[in-house]
Design a protein around this ligand. Structure first.
Ligand code: C2O
Ligand code: CU
Ligand code: CU
Length: 534
């Protein structure tokens, strides 16, 4: 089946029941045998196979998404505007690919916020389906977080649905028609965040069609460090896709209209994998670099694919100096030889090409891939320069959350299980239900959350970043340091994290960031409650 981004608008009459399919009506699809769980091991997980002519790896130049200019600024706030619309772009040479994009491009434009300023983004929905915008990693109040039922209906549509929602099963939803503002408060430390669609039941296909972009937060302290900047500070969004014979993205949706039945066809229930690795939307790009340090802000924007990256120069690996995690800078840089990155995660790294010779090539391999997905991108050393960028020994200071201060320990088990009468993906045995919170943490209190898995799941929390305490009862991995919002747990893994929710009482979600798992009910609501003022 191919994704047709230029499809004419669908009948926007979505019944309220369709919005709660994950909780209630998956049973119907299950009874019909439309979705079954595959039990193969991660190594044999099947992927989609492209039928279009694919370019040779490392023949296309890397591109970097444009930085969005604000529409206006005032004393405190920068105002942006994005239109979500269908368009056609060139991904594979010689083909036109229909996408859904923020301002019609994929990845969407990069928003750069200064920590000291508030950011307001007005989104206009010119797509044929409702959307939800989530700022992943953002410390944002409930009404702008992109709760999965806070739908923004298409321009000119949705009145029936809106009245249907009122008094429906999710009366707490803030739905809007046509346009709405998302307000992101100032104050969050410098970090590479990203924004993407988050509509209940249909996040996987929406992101696959192109609804994802970077949102970088910068601050003065970070800028004073002397890290590589300008053209040597590059956001890199990894995302796999597959293409049909016409160059359109393929996605094995049960319902390609993305209106009534969520989920993917049987064998893709473990997650949808493509056979083409895109970096900033370009298949296996090459990038000409100087003999200098480069800061790479790696984001795994794939639906389900996990990568283990290695920077290879003539058979030896170049050190990857990690300087930041999902939530911002580490206290100190650390050297890694490989980096596992799961959907939703970001790693801020510096790679030093200054020892390379002009003409050298540094190839980034994915050691978890097979065939076409073992390669990611290549850096071609093109020019000898003098580089003044540095990576200081101390990057920032932050508080370490102390488990002895924890007031509560909660357990969350991410497993296959019964989702309304069929096998699905559930948390503590429960399919996603927006009406019933799974936990009610008090703002300001440290909690320990114990996360466990059956198969592999990247686990993501909204509202606040957390710190990893243990993995399988032992010390966390080197790359687990700093503030994180997404943690990759392999099959039968267990981790303890310390988290303290702050500032915003309201409802938020935790979920698996394998987007097919998320759409097939592996999500739960938590409601933060204000503590006693001290
Ligand atoms: Cu990036 Cu709740 O998601
Ligand atoms: Cu998020
Ligand atoms: Cu999962």
């Amino acid at each position: 089946m191919s994704v047709d981004g230029s499809a004419k608008p669908l009948n926007p009459k979505l019944s309220r029941r369709t919005l709660f399919r994950a909780a209630a009506a998956l049973g119907v699809a299950g009874a019909a045998g439309a979705w079954q769980l595959s039990v193969d091991s991660p190594a044999d997980r099947l992927h989609l196979t492209s039928r279009a002519r694919l370019p040779e790896p490392f023949t296309l130049p890397l591109t970097v998404p444009p930085v969005l200019a604000p529409e206006r600024r005032d004393d405190t706030t920068d105002y942006y505007r994005l239109v979500q619309r269908a368009s056609n772009i060139t991904v594979l040479p010689g083909y036109s690919t229909p996408i859904w994009g923020y301002n019609g491009i994929f990845p969407g434009p990069t928003i750069v916020s200064n920590r000291a300023r508030r950011t307001v983004v007005t989104h206009r929905n010119e797509l044929p389906v409702p959307v939800v915008v989530h700022l992943h990693g953002g410390h944002v109040p409930e009404e702008s977080d992109g709760y999965p039922t806070d739908l923004l209906y298409p321009v000119g549509g949705g009145h029936d649905e809106m009245s249907d929602m009122m008094g429906g099963p999710d009366p707490a939803a803030h739905t809007m028609i046509g346009e709405r503002d998302y307000t992101y408060p100032a104050g969050q430390p410098a970090a590479a965040l990203w924004y993407h669609d988050h509509r209940m039941d249909f996040t996987g296909p929406a992101v696959w069609r192109g609804l994802a972009g970077f949102h970088l937060v910068v601050d003065d302290a970070e800028q004073r460090l002397g890290l590589p900047g300008g053209a040597r500070d590059i956001p890199l969004m990894l995302a796999d896709r597959a293409f049909d014979e016409n160059g359109a993205f393929t996605y094995p949706a049960i319902d390609s209209t993305m209106t009534h039945t969520p989920g993917v066809t049987g064998k893709f229930g473990r997650g949808v994998l493509g056979d083409v690795v895109l970096v900033n939307g370009v298949p296996w790009p090459a990038h000409r670099v100087d003999t200098a340090r480069y800061r790479l802000r790696l984001l795994n924007g794939s639906n389900a694919r996990v990568y283990r990256l290695r920077f290879d120069r003539r058979g030896g690996s170049l050190p990857i100096v990690q300087i930041g995690s999902d939530g911002g800078l580490l206290a100190r840089p650390q050297e890694l030889t490989e980096l596992t990155i799961a959907p939703g995660e970001r790693y801020d790294v510096v790679v030093d090409f200054s020892e390379c010779a002009v003409g050298d090539q540094v190839t980034v391999y994915n050691d978890l891939g097979a065939g076409t997905t073992t390669r990611v991108l290549r850096f071609d050393i093109a020019e000898r320069v003098r580089d003044s960028a540095v990576v200081p020994d101390r990057l920032t200071d932050f508080e370490t959350l102390d488990r002895r201060a924890a007031v509560t320990t909660r357990r969350f088990a991410f497993r296959q299980g019964d989702a309304g009468g069929m096998r699905g993906w559930v948390i503590n045995g429960r399919a996603y239900d927006p009406r019933t919170p799974i936990a009610r943490p008090t703002l300001g209190q440290v909690e320990v959350w114990q996360l466990s898995t059956d198969l592999d799941h990247p686990i993501h929390l909204h509202l606040n970043q957390f710190q990893v305490l243990t993995r399988d009862g032992r010390a966390p991995r080197a790359a687990d340091g700093g503030w994180k919002d997404t943690l990759y747990l392999p099959a039968t893994g267990m981790a303890e994290i310390a988290v303290r929710f702050t500032d915003y009482a309201g409802r938020f979600v935790l979920h698996c960031h394998n987007l097919e798992h998320e759409d097939m009910a592996m999500m739960a609501t938590f409601g933060t409650v204000a503590g006693i003022a001290t």
